[in-house]
Design a protein around this ligand. Structure first.
Ligand code: AMP
Ligand code: MG
Length: 390
C-alpha cells in the first residue's frame, strides 16, 4: 500500500498556518539564539571580581533597549533579565547580592564574588547559527513552532495536506440527531472518519452519503476521486446483494491492490488506486471496523503522503492483563487500555469486542494485536501494540 503512496509536494506556509502540519524541510537557526549575550537576572553588569567593590551606576540596559555606552573602570550598569550585556562587562551580579550605598543613590557595593560569565547567557547557548533545529518529516506541534520561531523562521516548508473525501454508504443511515425510522441508524462513521482524517493532517469537507444503489455509488465515488487525493468509503464493500462498492470501483477502473484482510475486525477492507493516482480505501461499515482499518491502513498512508517515515518495527509491546482467545484464521486488533503492571505495561481489553460496539472504543488507548492461531494468548504474555487513531 505504501509503495502506491506518493508524497505530496511541499508548500510554504506561515507559522500561523503551520500547526499540526508535517515539516517538509529541515529548519536551521538563522542566527544565534539568544542573538547576543544577555543577563539571566535583574541586577548589574560589571567586570568579574571579588565582593566588597564600590561601583558607580552609569547607565541601564533594559530588555529591548541596550545601554548607550560601554562599561568603564569602577562602573556598573543596571540590567534586567534578557537585556544585552554592555560592551566591557563580563558578569552580572543579581540585585539581591549588592548593597545600595544610598548616600549618593548611584553606587553599589558588591556583597558576593562575581566570576567571569556569572549570570550571563551566552549568544548561541540555545541554538547556534546554521544548526538544524527541526528535521523534516515530523509534525509541527506548538512546541516545535516555538522553537522554529526562536530559530528565526517566519514561514516553514510543510507538506501539502491530503484532500480526503469520506463517503458513507447505506440506505439505513441518518444524519446526527435525526429521528430514526424503522431499521435506521445514525451515521456514526461520518464524524469519526472526517475527524480522524483531519487529525491525521488531511483537509476534508463534510462526509457524503451514498444510497445502496449501483449508479449512485459509481457517480458518488467518481466525483470524489476527481476532487480528492484519498477517498475513504465505508460500508457496502462485502459481497451482499446491496453492496455496490466493489462493482462501482471496477466500473471506474480503480485498480484493486487488495480486498479482504486476515484481520478481525476489518476483514472486507479494500484498497486500490485510481487512474489519477487517488488512493481509494473501502472500509467495512461497522464503526469499530472502520476505525481499526483507518488506524492500520489509512493513517499510515496519510502520514506517508505528508512525508512521514513508515511505521517500522520494533512496535511497542505490552503484557496482556487477561487471557484472550485466538482466532484461527485472522489476526485480531483488540481495543485495549494500557496501565502499569508487574511486567511493565499491561494491556486490558476494554470490554465487548464486537465490531459494532462503539462504547468499548472510548476507553481504548491502543490496539493489542493477537496473532491468529489456536487456543489463547495467556495473561502475562507479550503482545504487540498498534496505534489506535482516536
Ligand atoms: P455494510 O458493510 O454496509 O454491510 O455495513 C455493516 C454494518 O455497519 C451494518 O450494520 C451497517 O448498518 C453498519 N454501518 C454501515 N455504515 C455505517 C455508518 N456510516 N455508521 C454506522 N454504522 C454503519
Ligand atoms: Mg451497507
Amino acid at each position: 500500500m505504501l509503495a502506491e503512496t506518493r508524497a505530496l509536494p511541499a508548500q510554504t506556509v506561515t507559522i500561523d498556518e503551520a500547526l499540526h502540519r508535517m515539516l517538509a524541510a529541515d529548519i536551521r537557526a538563522t542566527g544565534d539564539v539568544p542573538p547576543f549575550p544577555c543577563s539571566a537576572m535583574d541586577g548589574y553588569a560589571l567586570l568579574a571580581g571579588p565582593s566588597g567593590r564600590r561601583l558607580r551606576i552609569t547607565g541601564e540596559s533594559r530588555a529591548g533597549v541596550p545601554s548607550g555606552h560601554a562599561l568603564g573602570d569602577g562602573e556598573a550598569i543596571r540590567v534586567s533579565t534578557g537585556a544585552a550585556i554592555p560592551p566591557g562587562a563580563d558578569a552580572v551580579i543579581p540585585q539581591e547580592d549588592v548593597d545600595l550605598d544610598d548616600g549618593a543613590g548611584d553606587v553599589i557595593v558588591t556583597a558576593q564574588d562575581s566570576p567571569a560569565g556569572a549570570h550571563v547567557r551566552g549568544a548561541g547557548e540555545d541554538m547556534r547559527a546554521g544548526t538544524i533545529v527541526l528535521r523534516a518529516g515530523r509534525r509541527l506541534g506548538p512546541l516545535q513552532l516555538g522553537a522554529a520561531v526562536a530559530a528565526g523562521a517566519g514561514t516553514v516548508q510543510a507538506a501539502a495536506r491530503p484532500r480526503v473525501a469520506v463517503l458513507c454508504t447505506g440506505d439505513e443511515l441518518r444524519a446526527p440527531g435525526e429521528p430514526l425510522g424503522p431499521g435506521e441508524i445514525h451515521n456514526s462513521n461520518a464524524p469519526m472518519l472526517t475527524g480522524l482524517s483531519r487529525d491525521a493532517g488531511a483537509e476534508t469537507g463534510p462526509a457524503g452519503r451514498l444510497p445502496d444503489d449501483r449508479q449512485a455509488t459509481i457517480d458518488g465515488i467518481g466525483a470524489a476521486i476527481d476532487a480528492s487525493d484519498v477517498v475513504i468509503i465505508t460500508g457496502g464493500v462485502s459481497v451482499g446483494p446491496h453492496d455496490h462498492v466493489k462493482p462501482a470501483l471496477s466500473a471506474l477502473h480503480v485498480r484493486e491492490l487488495f480486498w479482504s484482510v486476515a484481520l478481525q475486525p476489518g476483514k472486507p477492507t479494500w484498497f486500490g488506486v485510481a487512474g489519477d493516482g487517488t488512493l481509494v480505501f473501502g472500509l467495512p461499515g461497522n464503526p469499530v471496523s472502520a476505525v481499526v482499518t483507518f488506524s492500520l491502513f489509512v493513517a499510515p498512508a496519510l502520514a506517508a503522503m505528508q512525508g512521514a517515515p513508515a511505521p517500522a518495527p520494533p512496535h511497542p509491546t505490552a503484557r496482556l492483563g487477561t487471557e484472550v482467545p485466538r482466532n484461527p484464521r485472522r489476526e485480531q486488533a483488540v481495543r485495549v487500555s494500557l496501565g502499569d503492571g508487574p511486567g511493565g505495561v499491561t494491556a486490558l481489553p476494554t470490554g465487548a469486542q464486537g465490531s459494532h460496539i462503539l462504547s468499548s472504543l472510548l476507553a481504548a488507548d491502543a490496539l493489542g494485536m493477537i496473532p491468529m492461531g489456536e487456543g489463547v494468548v495467556a495473561a502475562g504474555d507479550e503482545i504487540t501494540l498498534r496505534a489506535l487513531a482516536r
